[in-house]
Ligand binder design. Structure first.
Ligand SMILES: CCCCCCCCCCCCCCCCCCCCCCCC(=O)SCCNC(=O)CCNC(=O)[C@H](O)C(C)(C)COP(=O)(O)OP(=O)(O)OC[C@H]1O[C@@H](n2cnc3c(N)ncnc32)[C@H](O)[C@@H]1OP(=O)(O)O
Ligand SMILES: NC(=O)C1=CN([C@@H]2O[C@H](COP(=O)(O)OP(=O)(O)OC[C@H]3O[C@@H](n4cnc5c(N)ncnc54)[C@H](OP(=O)(O)O)[C@@H]3O)[C@@H](O)[C@H]2O)C=CC1
Length: 506
């Protein structure tokens, strides 16, 4: 019997960010392994015209939850969606709901965050710092609370090369930042943002670091742990391989490369691709929840959930395998044949951006105009290149994260728990994982049917022929122009022709 699964039995669990990528997998695993848990409270806002109930309904009826329904048929009754907006005071939670949360919650998993790299500082601070502070305040009023698990990121200190399982202070205190957001206007905030974030690449990593400081400063008597995952990718094993539902991290780029939009990226092939499957992160998170509640460590422990020091893979190997998978399972209606390459040089990268990205987009838009349609490719390409430029920081560097706490926890688990809540990435086969990831992107993100593969292959063959035709035409035009202008070129051309005729006649 799994001790961790048994621990969550009968518990009331509060999850923020349950509608997000990690939150959904966390809920799924909890229901599947501890179907006798009492209730999962989730803080949900309304979005895209959907009520909180509609959002929950959609999640529970998704493919991800198919296995849960077999093990826990009354899952609908065990999930309690509470309307909340983490940008509002007291999260805009009603008095009755708040009362219930305060008096019943046993465990908190705080996953909600803005993960956008380009969020204005005010918004990123509100969600990643102020909301964390408010949640801690709520937690301090929960008499039954056993553990508060905060999800941060391994990149909160990406300005360092070697990162230990400690909280590194930022120069300006989070409280001062929170206060200043109240009275500074947007223009001034934009102006001081680069100075505040310093040598971090974006507001996301900076505010996640501030969030950790808040956790440390406001922890009081709470039993807290922080988890720092690296780049979270599709599921490795559970509930099934390759599940993914958003474009963050590599997923968006896999689509862009598979559809033939992304042909080159400035990335260092030998840099470590510190990807970690979402189910691995969730298994560690649940193990940490159990350990923190049961063993009550004296200080706040930080757990790095990374793959690099256990089972490193680099971007070169990953890119190669992604492309190899496109050969077997191509995406439908590709713009060009997938054939992406890594470049480490900025000038070469700009050259390929002009030749392989912008030029085909302009030509295609010209064709759309000619055929009376609205041009859209240049705009799409500009957006893609902007996204790529934001991710470049992370694919041109390697980091080392120490993992003493994670290894300690692994050794504390019973063999059964090590199996059920496996977070040992040494067992991960990267080639298999990446192949399943690309398949998952095709199935769950692009919603493409496997039956369409022959047609997709046929389409790629057509694109290849168009490519050859285009190149041949380009060569002939260039050659014709050259011959017209140079006696030397004419001589070479006739010499080649004579040689060809000579060999053909033999
Ligand atoms: C041998 C050679 C082979 C070569 C290549 C093979 C293929 C490539 C395989 C893998 C290559 C390497 C991949 C590297 C990826 C590295 C990621 C590293 C990140 C680690 C950081 C830390 C981890 C974390 O802690 S947080 C989680 C990560 N967070 C994110 O990833 C968020 C990033 N996204 C953003 O910040 C924004 O969405 C932004 C700025 C990218 C775009 O903002 P904008 O306002 O312009 O647009 P949106 O409204 O958000 O969306 C517009 C449009 O773009 C689509 N989109 C959104 N995000 C992405 C994305 N990440 N990639 C691609 N496309 C994206 C979105 O759906 C919209 O599309 P519409 O059609 O308009 O709806
Ligand atoms: N994905 C990754 O690569 C990594 C993620 N992390 C961390 O993991 C955690 C989860 O990330 P992930 O699941 O990928 O992120 P997602 O963007 O998928 O999910 C974010 C969640 O936060 C919720 N949220 C955002 N704003 C509000 C708000 N104002 N009120 C209520 N809820 C809100 C979202 O709700 P809604 O659905 O309504 O938008 C969503 O449920 C984050 O803390 C992130 O920093 C760490 C390392 C890597």
């Amino acid at each position: 019997m799994s001790m961790i699964a048994a621990f969550y039995g009968g518990k009331s669990i509060l999850i923020t960010g349950a509608t997000g990528f990690m939150g959904k997998v966390l809920m799924e695993k909890l229901f599947r392994t501890s179907p006798d848990l009492k209730v999962i409270y989730i803080l949900v806002r309304t979005k895209a015209g959907q009520t909180t109930q509609q959002r929950v309904f959609q999640i529970l009826n998704s493919k991800l939850f198919e296995k849960v329904k077999e093990v826990c048929p009354n899952v609908h009754e065990k999930i309690r969606a509470i309307y909340a907006d983490l940008n509002q005071n007291d999260f805009a939670i009603s008095k009755e709901d708040m009362q219930e949360l305060l008096s019943c919650t046993n465990i908190i998993f705080h996953c909600a965050a803005t993960v956008r790299f380009d969020d204005p500082l005010r918004h990123a601070v509100q969600l990643n710092v102020t909301a964390t502070q408010q949640l801690l305040l709520m937690a301090s009023q929960m008499p039954k609370l056993e553990a508060f698990i905060h999800i941060s990121t391994a990149f909160s200190n990406c300005n360092l090369k070697h990162i230990d399982e400690v909280i590194y202070p930022c120069p300006v205190e989070p409280k001062k930042i929170i206060d200043s957001m109240e009275w500074l206007d947007d223009a001034i905030i934009d102006e001081i943002t680069p100075k505040l974030i310093g040598d971090r690449p974006n507001t996301y990593t900076y505010t996640k670091a501030l969030g950790e400081m808040v956790v440390q400063q406001e922890s009081g008597n709470l039993n807290i742990a922080i988890i720092r995952p690296s780049i979270v990718g599709a599921t490795w094993q559970e509930p099934f391989p390759g599940w993914v539902d958003n474009l963050n991290g590599p997923s968006g780029l896999i689509i862009a490369a598979g559809k033939g939009f992304l042909r080159s990226i400035r990335a260092t092939p030998m840099a470590v691709a510190d990807l970690i499957p979402v189910d691995t992160v969730v298994n560690l998170t649940l193990a940490v929840g159990w350990y923190t509640a049961v063993h009550r460590p004296k200080s706040t422990l930080i757990y790095h959930c990374t793959s690099g020091n256990f089972n490193p893979c680099n971007w070169g190997k990953m890119g190669f395998q992604v492309l190899a998978t496109f050969e077997k399972v191509p995406f439908e209606r590709a713009f060009r044949r997938p054939n992406a390459d890594f470049t480490t040089n900025t000038i070469t990268s700009q050259y390929w951006n002009a030749v392989s990205h912008r030029a085909p987009a302009i030509i295609y838009d010209f064709y759309l105009r000619l055929t009376g349609r609205k041009p859209r490719m240049t705009k799409l390409m500009n957006r893609l290149l902007r996204t790529v430029s934001m991710l470049e920081y992370f694919v041109n560097r390697s980091w080392e994260w120490s993992t003493y706490n994670t290894e300690m926890l692994m050794s504390e688990l019973s063999p059964e728990d090590q199996r059920v809540f496996n977070f040992d990435v040494r067992q991960l086969n990267w080639l298999e994982y990446i192949e399943n990831y690309v398949l998952g992107v095709k199935k769950y993100l692009l919603k493409e049917d496997m039956a369409g593969i022959p047609e997709a292959k046929q389409h790629l063959r057509r694109l290849r022929n168009i490519h050859y035709l285009f190149n041949t035409a380009l060569f002939l035009i260039a050659w014709r122009l050259l011959i017209a202008r140079s006696q030397m070129a004419r001589n070479v051309w006739f010499f080649i022709l004579r040689m060809m005729i000579f060999y053909l006649r033999r």
